[in-house]
Design a protein around this ligand. Sequence first.
Ligand code: FMN
Length: 244
Amino acid sequence: MNSVIELLHNHRSIRKFKDAPLSGEQVDSIIGSAQMASTSSNVQAYSIIGVTDPDKKKRLAELTGNQAYVEHCGLFLVFCADLYRNQVAVSMHEQPFHQNTESFLVASLDAALAAQNAAVAAESLGLGICYIGGIRNKPQEVSELLELPQLVYPVFGMCIGVPDQAPSSRPRLARPAVYHPNAYNAGRTRSDIEAYDEVTREYYKERTQGKVLTTWSKGLADKYREPVRAHIRPFLEARGFRLE
Ligand SMILES: Cc1cc2nc3c(=O)[nH]c(=O)nc-3n(C[C@H](O)[C@H](O)[C@H](O)COP(=O)(O)O)c2cc1C
């Protein structure tokens, strides 16, 4: 294992931070790393809002479902898919700007790739991170707070800061469940899930001193019982994204 792979294997989300801001140098390294992520055809269809203003962080903590660590992290980044800047670039050539589900996907992927580079960079500096999908709970309010123009939407947030906890790492599916040599092996899916359920049953039991007796597949069953964030499509369409 080299040091990069070791760092990746040591990842765990951090949800409690010391009350310490990031230095300008740290922010610069993190954002610079985000910018060097691969990007579809170099469209760079994302923007990052860095939130340090205490009032805005407090409001974002509320809007993301009262996740206190959004308020108390050193820096809260909001990764946005951004077709606005590309539209402006195209308009400078007086040519039509066609966008569809594909361009929406590209912009969302660009934001995610930049974010993961930022996460790894932050962790390499000894900082902790936690992604915040809760940013899409109230996306309209978030967009207004951060003054996002049309064709920009918040994909997720990311808390970054000095860790004030050392959680154990969360076990993942077994390697063969996710890595299929040459062709997808659907024949083993069920047994892979059953095996992971046993691992996660123990993990939850241990982590909660026996209080939570659930499994990964039961968690999924609960999660998928109802549609999640059904407001997203109308929100995106109102922001100007054409999902066709
Ligand atoms: C896109 C995305 C959104 C997430 N949203 C939240 C969130 O809103 N709140 C939270 O506490 N964790 C959130 N997480 C963290 C995941 O719960 C966590 O990564 C996962 O359970 C695996 O745990 P680990 O990161 O500690 O290995 C999110 C992760 C991702 C990738």
